[in-house]
Design a protein. Structure first.
Length: 298
């Protein structure tokens, strides 16, 4: 095993990343609680973690994106895949941690060019500066303490929605226990309405949330069958399986469960899903009204 965690990894290492590899897989960590990234040394551009593969399901709905933005570079798995496999797309990645950016060579992230830009900075600032030019915004930004607070706020979700071009998709990787990201899910539903789907990554404690700016919703699933087969042929990922799981999620309103108390028995019943959805949307609107100032103070 090459590499070792920093001496203070178990103490006050803060946001200090470290690399471990076993000669076959190279891993990026902030702590041993979560693998931040994994690269197969024999195939550096492959998506080795299941959740990164499922994040690519946005291509079912926008198969030829012109501009893909990624918040959270990590080991660059998503960035490399989009750069190599989507030749028509411009790829921008934002990473707040300078130490992570400095590791790009260790993870074979290509040099910046006309199609690829790696930005050291705050993803919230980057997204707030967009003006509806992103076909896909993929958010995969975690440190040793979880998702960054600025990326878990209503302000960020509002800016993310505004950053999307017509037909654009917001993709959020949500990791850990549901209580830790329930408020984020609630904000997404409140701001995107019912144009939200979720995929669970079994055994990995990840959920992938897809929020659609506009378009027919739910999609015409049968018309997407041929696209899924074509994407599998072109990109080597199991898009037909992704499509099947997304359709199941749409039919059962699966995503509402991410905000639901796990102790509620039978919460997957259709009536419970819809009740939860109405309650969450109403709660979000009430929160927004509480934060508004009287007219004379605006």
């Amino acid at each position: 095993m090459r590499g070792a965690p920093p001496a203070d990894a178990a103490g006050d290492a803060g946001d200090r990343p470290f690399i471990l590899d076993n000669g076959q897989i190279r891993y990026l960590y902030f702590s041993f609680d979560f693998i931040q990234s994994a690269m197969r040394i024999s195939d550096p551009d492959a998506l080795d973690l299941r959740y990164t593969q499922k994040m690519m399901a946005f291509l079912l709905f926008n198969p030829d994106p012109r501009h893909v933005a990624v918040v959270g570079l990590g080991g660059g798995s998503i960035v490399k895949f989009c750069y190599r496999r989507l030749p028509q797309a411009r790829v921008s990645a934002v990473e707040i941690n300078a130490r992570v950016v400095a590791m790009r060579d260790e993870f074979c992230v290509p040099r910046d060019d006309a199609r690829l830009t790696i930005i050291e900075g705050d993803g919230a600032d980057f997204v707030a500066g967009r003006d509806g030019d992103l076909d896909a915004l993929l958010v995969d930004a975690y440190d040793r303490d979880g998702i960054a607070p600025t990326l878990a706020s209503r302000r960020f979700i509002e800016a993310a929605r505004a950053s999307l071009a017509p037909g654009g998709v917001l993709v959020l990787n949500l990791a850990g226990n549901r209580e830790g990201f329930a408020s984020v899910v609630s904000e997404v539903f409140d701001l995107f309405g019912n144009r939200v789907l979720a995929l669970r990554v079994r055994r990995d404690e990840h959920h992938i949330l897809f929020a659609f700016r506009d378009g027919l919703f739910p999609p015409d699933w049968r018309q997407l069958d041929a696209r899924a087969a074509d994407l599998r042929r072109r990109l080597g990922l199991d898009f037909p399986a992704f499509l099947q799981k997304l359709e199941q999620a749409a039919r059962t309103q699966q995503a509402w469960a991410l905000c639901a108390p796990e102790t509620l028995p039978g919460f997957d019943a259709e009536a419970d899903w819809m009740h939860a959805g109405r309650a969450l949307a109403g709660a979000g609107k009430r929160r927004a009204r509480r934060h508004e100032k009287p007219d004379q103070e605006r």
